[in-house]
Design a protein around this ligand. Structure first.
Ligand SMILES: NC(=O)c1ccc[n+]([C@@H]2O[C@H](COP(=O)([O-])OP(=O)(O)OC[C@H]3O[C@@H](n4cnc5c(N)ncnc54)[C@H](O)[C@@H]3O)[C@@H](O)[C@H]2O)c1
Length: 361
């Protein structure tokens, strides 16, 4: 292949390993570099992942062959690494969240605009077969106009004591729920106007942020959505609950379900049952009739493409960059999701409905 590019992965932790794996799988990638600020960790992870890793960021940013930088470092470094990479002329894929504060997220968008560069945020659920199918069914009109969407997400505690996640000043809304708010925005197809969120006192007392959220959105077209999240009822597992033991977790307190209700039908997605179903509503002389008309299940070997398809996302973005194309999901859209999340945090703090227009002044 002629238009091959060199790629660098900044941050070589768990997710960095996934980014390296995707770069290795891409036919558009030639050399892969890694970056970790600590030299010993750079050497260790470089060896483990089989990439040329350095603690000298400038050696990557000044290398003209590196066209694409993917950022998988801790959240507190996303804004800074994105800004430096864009200013060095690199195409950037940055993991969610866009920074830990609204100011950082805003800065990322400003730098993207100022440089005219390529910036996509890692909302890889846009590449998940499960959620793409929902989008496709909605776009085909199979449920009429979507009017209401519920997400129930109950998990086990999976951030653990004294980790950057439990100590982070950013909340689980940015770190985790941004994915799930992003899906609601994507499917409902209308700008969010109002956000109301509540959080009960925490059960997990070693978090620096709430461990539960109840977030309601009202969209411009009148549709509403809801996201209910708690992080303690699912039975404890010592690995990422989304990647392991789905069968056990299907009935031990874990839930990750969406119900999307439209004027002509409804859709349910269920991660722990590896299932998507569709209902059709019709009229009869007696009543509105609801019937399940579609049910699709899939084997665990296909989890990656149906769920968090980071691999597929990254392979695709390497291709976009190599071909000189623009991002498939604009960072400006991801920014709208981040604003929705920050509005939810503000709503919880101030105990009121927060209008998105408050952030646009
Ligand atoms: N899209 C998803 O579904 C998803 C899933 C998991 C993680 N993530 C995101 O990926 C990122 C990394 O998560 P993880 O699970 O790999 O965490 P991790 O703790 O395993 O790895 C983070 C790595 O970043 C390194 N690091 C710290 N500061 C850095 C800096 N200034 N520059 C470069 N590297 C730095 C750390 O040394 C560590 O190796 C986070 O932003 C997280 O939100 C996204």
């Amino acid at each position: 292949m002629e238009n091959k590019i060199d790629v660098a992965v900044l941050g070589l932790g768990g997710m960095g390993g996934t980014h390296v794996g995707a770069a290795k799988a891409s036919p558009y990638v030639r050399n892969i570099y890694g970056y970790e600020p600590d030299p010993a960790r750079a050497a260790l992870r470089g060896k483990e992942l089989g990439v040329n890793a350095t603690s000298d960021l400038d050696s990557i940013l000044n290398n003209p062959e590196v066209k694409f930088v993917s950022i998988a470092s801790t959240n507190n470094s996303h804004a800074e690494l994105t800004e430096k990479s864009l200013r060095a002329g690199k195409a950037v894929l940055c993991e969610k969240p866009m920074g830990e504060t609204l100011g950082e997220a805003k800065r990322m968008i400003e730098v993207e605009k100022a440089t005219g560069g390529f910036l996509q945020i890692g909302f890889e659920l846009h590449y998940s077969k499960l959620y793409m199918m929902v989008k496709d069914w909605i776009d085909q009109g199979l449920i009429g106009t979507p009017v209401n969407c519920h997400c129930r997400y109950y998990a086990s505690e999976f951030h653990c004591k004294n980790t950057w996640r439990s100590l982070s000043k950013g909340t689980l809304i940015g770190e985790k729920l941004s994915h799930y708010l992003d899906l609601q925005r994507w499917w409902m197809g209308s700008p969010v106007e109002e956000v109301f969120s509540m959080s009960a006192p925490s059960v997990v007392d070693y978090y620096n942020h709430p461990d539960n959220h109840q977030i309601s959105l009202r969209f411009k077209n009148g549709a509403i959505s809801n996201l209910n999240f708690v992080v303690y009822i699912g039975e404890t597992d010592h690995t990422d609950p989304l990647l392991e033991m789905l069968e056990k977790q299907a009935d031990d307190g874990h839930y990750l379900q969406y119900h999307i209700f439209g004027t002509k039908g409804a859709i349910e997605t269920d991660v722990f049952r590896r299932r998507i179903r569709r209902w059709e509503f019709s009229d009869s002389p007696k009543q509105l009739v609801s019937k399940i008309v579609e049910k699709i299940t899939f084997p665990k070997e296909e989890d990656q493409v149906w769920f968090h398809n980071t691999h597929g996302q990254n392979v695709r973005i390497a291709e976009l960059v190599a071909k000189g194309m623009r991002p498939e999901n604009p960072a400006s859209d991801a920014y709208e999701t981040m604003v929705t999340g920050f509005a939810a945090e503000q709503s919880e703090r101030e105990r009121r409905i927060v209008r998105i227009s408050e952030f646009q002044q």
